[in-house]
Design a protein around this ligand. Structure first.
Ligand code: ARG
Length: 467
C-alpha cells in the first residue's frame, strides 16, 4: 500500500489515503448491486423532485438532477456507463456519473438522505417488481395446470398414501391439488407485497434529517403504499426480504413435490407419463435412456432458496440497530432466490405444457389391478347398516385370502361375496369398478367427477382474480 496514493475521492477529508485494493474489492457491492441501477435512478429522481418541492433546492436544480439522472440511465442502457469496483456500489456510481454530467449541482443530490435509506428503497422497489412478475408466472403455471386438468377429469390415476396404493383418483383432482398450492403462493405474495411496498426513504442514516423533507411526497412519487414510521426500523428492517424468501421457499417446496412425482411417474416402474423430446435429455453412454432433467434440476435448486432463507435469518439475528454493513449481504441472496424461483416456474410451466404425455391406457390398467377399491367394499356394507369397523375387518380378511389366491376383488363370485356377508348383492361389482369408486367420492373437495368439474370451474374464476 502506498502512502502516496491520493485520499479516496469517496470519503470526507477525514481520510488521507486510499483503501487497499483488496479491501476495496472486498468492500464493493457494485458487481451485484448494479442490478438495482434503474431503481436507484427512480429513487433518486423522486428524492430530487421532493428536494425541489420542499424548497430545499431550487426547482431549476431539481430539474437538472432529474434530467441528469435520466442521462445516466440512457448511458447505462446503451452500454456506455459500466462502473467498476472503484465506484464501490451502485449508489456512489450513479451519483458520481451524475455529477460528471451536470456538474456541481450533482453534489446536492445526497442532501437529506443516506445510502442506508437509499439501498433499502432500491431493494424494495426491485422486490416489489419481481413479486408482481412471479405472480404473473404463477398465473401462467395455473393456466397450464387447469388446461391439463380439463383434459383429464375422467382419467384415473392411482392415489397413494405412504406411497402405497390407496384409492383411485381423477387425474384432474391430483393436478388441481397443485392449483391450490400455487393459489396460496399467489395470495401469499400479494400479502407480502403490501409489506414490501413501504418507503424507508427519508429515514436518513438512522435518525431522520434536519431538513424539512416530505417523505409522503417521495413515497407517492414512487408508488409506495406507506412509509416506515420509525427511521431506525426503516433503515435496518429486512423482514420483507425474509418474508419473500419464505414465500419463495414454499413455491419451491410445491414445485419440488410436483417434480418428484413426475420423476416417479416417468420411471419404468410407474410408466404413468412419457417425457417428450422437447423437455427430456439423453445419456452420454446409455442409448436407451430418457432422463427427467427438468424436474430433477428443479428439485435440486430448492436447496439454494432454502439456504438463502436460512442465511438471511442468520444475517439478521445478531444485528444491533441500525444499519450495519452485514446488510450488504442481503442482495445476492435475494437476487439468486428470485432468479431461481423464476427459472423453475418457467421450466415447470413448459414441462406441464408440452413435456409430458400421460399414458392413459397404462393408468387405466393400473387402477384396475389393485386393491384400491377395498374401502369401497367396506363402505358398501356400512351403507347397508353394517358398522364400519366390522365391515373394515371383514374386507381385510377378503383382501388377505384374495392375495393368497392371486385374485382381485372384482374376481370374487357373487356366491363368494354372499358367503362373506349376506348383505352383498350383484351391485357390488358396479360399486367397486374404479370409475364408480372415483365418482362416488362426491363429498365437497373430493375426487368425484362432479366435484372435480365444480372445482375446475371455481379454479378458472379464482385464476382471474387480480388481488
Ligand atoms: N452497498 C451498501 C449496501 O448494500 C449500501 C449502503 C452502505 N451504507 C453504509 N453506511 N456503508 O448495504
Amino acid at each position: 500500500m502506498s502512502n502516496a496514493s491520493p485520499a479516496s475521492s469517496t470519503w470526507s477529508q477525514r481520510f488521507e489515503s486510499a483503501l487497499h485494493p483488496a479491501i476495496a474489492r472486498f468492500n464493493a457491492s457494485i458487481e451485484f448491486d448494479i442490478a438495482l441501477i434503474e431503481y436507484d435512478i427512480n429513487g433518486s429522481q423522486a428524492h430530487a423532485r421532493m428536494l425541489a418541492h420542499t424548497g430545499i433546492i431550487s426547482s431549476d436544480e431539481g430539474e437538472q438532477l432529474v434530467a441528469g439522472l435520466e442521462q445516466v440511465r440512457q448511458e447505462y442502457r446503451q452500454g456506455y456507463f459500466t462502473p467498476g469496483v472503484e465506484a464501490e456500489d451502485v449508489h456512489f456510481a450513479v451519483e458520481r456519473r451524475l455529477t460528471e454530467i451536470v456538474g456541481d449541482v450533482g453534489k446536492k443530490l445526497h442532501t437529506a438522505r443516506s445510502r442506508n435509506d437509499q439501498v433499502g428503497t432500491d431493494t424494495r422497489l426491485y422486490l416489489r417488481d419481481q413479486i408482481q412478475q412471479i405472480r404473473v408466472q404463477l398465473r401462467d403455471f395455473q393456466t397450464v395446470l387447469v388446461t391439463l386438468a380439463d383434459q383429464h377429469v375422467e382419467t384415473l390415476i392411482p392415489g397413494y398414501t405412504h406411497l402405497q396404493r390407496a384409492q383411485p383418483l381423477s387425474l384432474a383432482h391430483h393436478l388441481l391439488a397443485y392449483f391450490e398450492m400455487s393459489q396460496r403462493d399467489w395470495e401469499r405474495l400479494g400479502e407480502i407485497h403490501r409489506r414490501v411496498n413501504v418507503s424507508p426513504l427519508g429515514s436518513g442514516a438512522l435518525a431522520g434529517t434536519t431538513f424539512p423533507i416530505d417523505r409522503h411526497y417521495t413515497a407517492q412519487l414512487l408508488d409506495f403504499g406507506d412509509v416506515y414510521a420509525n427511521s431506525l426500523d426503516g433503515v435496518s428492517d429486512r423482514d420483507f426480504a425474509i418474508e419473500f424468501l419464505c414465500a419463495a421457499s414454499l413455491i419451491m417446496v410445491h414445485l419440488s413435490r410436483l417434480s418428484e412425482e413426475i420423476i416417479l411417474w416417468a420411471s419404468q416402474e410407474f410408466s404413468f407419463v412419457t417425457l417428450t423430446d422437447s423437455c427430456a435429455t439423453g445419456s452420454s453412454i446409455m442409448p436407451q435412456k430418457k432422463n427427467p432433467d427438468v424436474p430433477e434440476l428443479v428439485r435440486g435448486k430448492v436447496g439454494r432458496v432454502f439456504g438463502h432463507l436460512q442465511g438471511m435469518l442468520v444475517l439478521m439475528k445478531g444485528l444491533p440497530l441500525a444499519y450495519n454493513k452485514d446488510l450488504q449481504e442481503d442482495k445476492e441472496a435475494l437476487f439468486d432466490a428470485v432468479t431461481t424461483v423464476r427459472a423453475c416456474l418457467e421450466a415447470m410451466t413448459i414441462l406441464l405444457q408440452e413435456g409430458l404425455e400421460f399414458r392413459t391406457a397404462r393408468l387405466h390398467d393400473a387402477v384396475n389391478e389393485d386393491f384400491s377399491n377395498a374401502t369401497d367394499v367396506a363402505d358398501y356394507l356400512a351403507a347397508k347398516g353394517v358398522p364400519f369397523r366390522e365391515a373394515y375387518n371383514l374386507v381385510g380378511k377378503v383382501v388377505k385370502t384374495s392375495l393368497s389366491q392371486g385374485k382381485l376383488l372384482k374376481d370374487l363370485t357373487l356366491d363368494e361375496w354372499k358367503r362373506l356377508h349376506p348383505a352383498f348383492e350383484a351391485d357390488i361389482y358396479a360399486a367397486i369398478a374404479p370409475a364408480q369408486v372415483v365418482a362416488a367420492r362426491n363429498s365437497y373437495g373430493g375426487t368425484g367427477f362432479e366435484q372435480v368439474r365444480q372445482a375446475l370451474q371455481t379454479a378458472k374464476v379464482r385464476m382471474n382474480q387480480t388481488s
